[in-house]
Design a binder for this molecule. Structure first.
Ligand code: FAD
Length: 325
C-alpha cells in the first residue's frame, strides 16, 4: 500500500535548491496527521554531495540515483529515472516545487505513472475518508487567479502528485538523520535534449522573496505621480517593491511581485505598506512580516489590524516630506 510523503529535491550545479526545505516543512505538516515518513528523492551526477546536503534536512528517508552524466534540462531522461524511483518507493504523495524545472519534469512523470498532477498549490490540507484513509486537499488559485479551488486526486490513484508554489511554506528548521538508499539499478536513458549553453536567470522574483525590506504599493499609490514617489522612497531605503493585485492587473508591477493568496508570500524583516486597504487575500502573503508599517488615509482600513505602526495620512504628503521634495 502506498506510504510516504515524498519531496523532490530540485538541484542545479551540485546544489540543492532552497525550496526543498520549504517542501520538507509542508511534508511534515502532512505527517503530523497521517504519520507517514517524510521521504526525499534526488538524482544527479554529483549525487553523493547532494545526498550529504539532504541527510540533515529533516527527512526520514533519502532515495538517490547517481547518473552517469549531468542531466540538468534533460527532462525527458530525468523524468524516466524519477518515475522508476517512485515505482519502487510507492509513496502516497509527491510534493514538487512549482518551478519551471519541477513543472517540466513532473508533467512527464505524471504521464509515465498514469497519475494526476495538480499545479501550483498554495495550501495543502489533510482530510480523512470514511474508511479511515487520508487524502490531501490541494488548494490553489485558479481561473486567472480569480477563485481559490480545492483539488482532490481520484480515490485509488497514487501517488497524489502536486507542485507547490515557492515561498508559501517556511523552510524546515528541525534536524534528523535520514536513512539513505541508492538505487544502483536505475540508469539514466539517452536524451533528445542537448544542452548547448546556460544563461543565468534574472533575479527579479528572488529579489522580492529574499529582500529584508519591502515597500508594498496598493491602489492608493497607483497614480503615476504617487508610484514615482513610492519608487524614489524604495530606492532611498534600498527596499524591493511589491504590490497588491490591482497594481499587477494594471501592469505597474510584474505578476512576480504581486503579494497575496494568488501572488507570492514574503517574509521580510520590514514591510512598509502604502495605500493598501488590507484585504485578507493580500495580507495572507505578508502575515509573517516581522515589522509592519502602514500608511493609509482611512484610519479604519483593515491594514491597521496587522500593522505595528500606522500613519493615517496621504501617502504623497508623507513621502514628499521624507524625500524633502
Ligand atoms: P483597495 O482595496 O482599493 O485599497 C486602496 C487603499 O488605499 C484604501 O484603503 C484607501 O483608503 C487607500 N488610499 C487611497 N488613496 C490614498 C492616499 N493618497 N494615501 C494613502 N492611502 C490611500 N489581492 C492582492 O493584493 N493579492 C492577491 O494575491 C489577491 N488574490 C485574490 C484572490 C481572489 C480569489 C480574489 C477574489 C481577490 C484577490 N485579491 C488579491 C484582491 C483583494 O481582494 C483586494 O481587492 C486587493 O488586495 C485590494 O488592493 P488594494 O488594497 O491595493 O486596493
Amino acid at each position: 500500500m502506498a506510504n510516504g510523503i515524498c519531496v523532490y529535491a530540485e538541484n542545479y550545479n551540485g546544489k540543492i535548491e532552497p525550496v526543498t526545505a520549504e517542501l520538507i516543512s509542508a511534508a511534515h505538516s502532512i505527517k503530523e496527521t497521517t504519520g507517514e515518513p517524510v521521504q526525499v528523492i534526488v538524482a544527479g551526477e554529483k549525487c553523493e554531495a547532494l545526498v550529504d546536503q539532504l541527510k540533515q534536512s529533516g527527512a526520514d528517508e533519502v532515495y538517490a540515483v547517481k547518473t552517469d552524466r549531468d542531466c540538468a534540462f534533460q527532462d525527458d531522461a530525468l523524468s524516466q529515472v524519477i518515475a522508476d524511483m517512485l515505482k519502487k518507493i510507492d509513496p502516497s504523495s509527491v510534493l514538487v516545487p512549482a518551478t519551471p524545472m519541477g513543472r517540466s519534469i513532473f508533467s512527464r512523470v505524471a504521464v509515465k505513472l498514469n497519475c494526476g498532477l495538480t499545479a501550483d498549490c498554495t495550501e495543502l490540507l489533510v482530510a480523512k475518508r470514511e474508511d479511515g484513509t487520508y487524502y490531501i486537499k490541494q488548494n490553489k488559485p485558479s481561473f486567472g487567479e480569480n477563485v481559490f479551488v480545492t483539488i482532490v486526486t481520484k480515490e485509488g490513484y497514487y501517488p497524489q502528485m502536486m507542485t507547490v508554489r515557492p515561498g508559501v511554506y517556511t523552510p524546515y528548521e528541525g534536524e534528523g538523520s535520514a536513512e539513505v538508499t541508492y538505487f544502483d539499478d536505475i540508469a539514466l536513458p539517452a536524451s533528445k535534449v542537448e544542452v548547448v549553453g546556460a544563461v543565468p536567470a534574472e533575479a527579479e522574483t528572488d529579489s522580492i522573496l529574499a529582500a529584508e525590506v519591502v515597500v508594498v504599493g496598493g491602489r492608493g499609490a497607483e497614480e503615476p505621480e504617487s508610484f514615482a514617489l513610492l519608487k524614489a522612497f524604495a530606492d532611498k531605503i534600498g527596499a524591493a517593491i511589491g504590490g497588491t493585485r490591482p497594481l499587477a492587473d494594471t501592469g505597474q508591477i510584474p505578476f512576480q511581485n504581486q503579494i497575496g493568496q494568488t501572488g507570492f508570500t514574503i517574509r521580510p524583516k520590514i514591510c512598509i505598506s502604502l495605500g493598501v486597504s488590507g484585504a485578507i487575500q493580500h495580507t495572507e502573503g505578508i502575515k509573517d512580516t516581522k515589522l509592519m508599517v502602514a500608511i493609509n488615509t482611512d484610519e479604519n482600513a483593515p491594514i491597521y489590524n496587522i500593522a505595528d505602526y500606522g500613519i493615517a495620512a496621504d501617502l504623497n504628503e508623507v513621502l514628499k516630506a521624507y524625500l524633502e521634495l
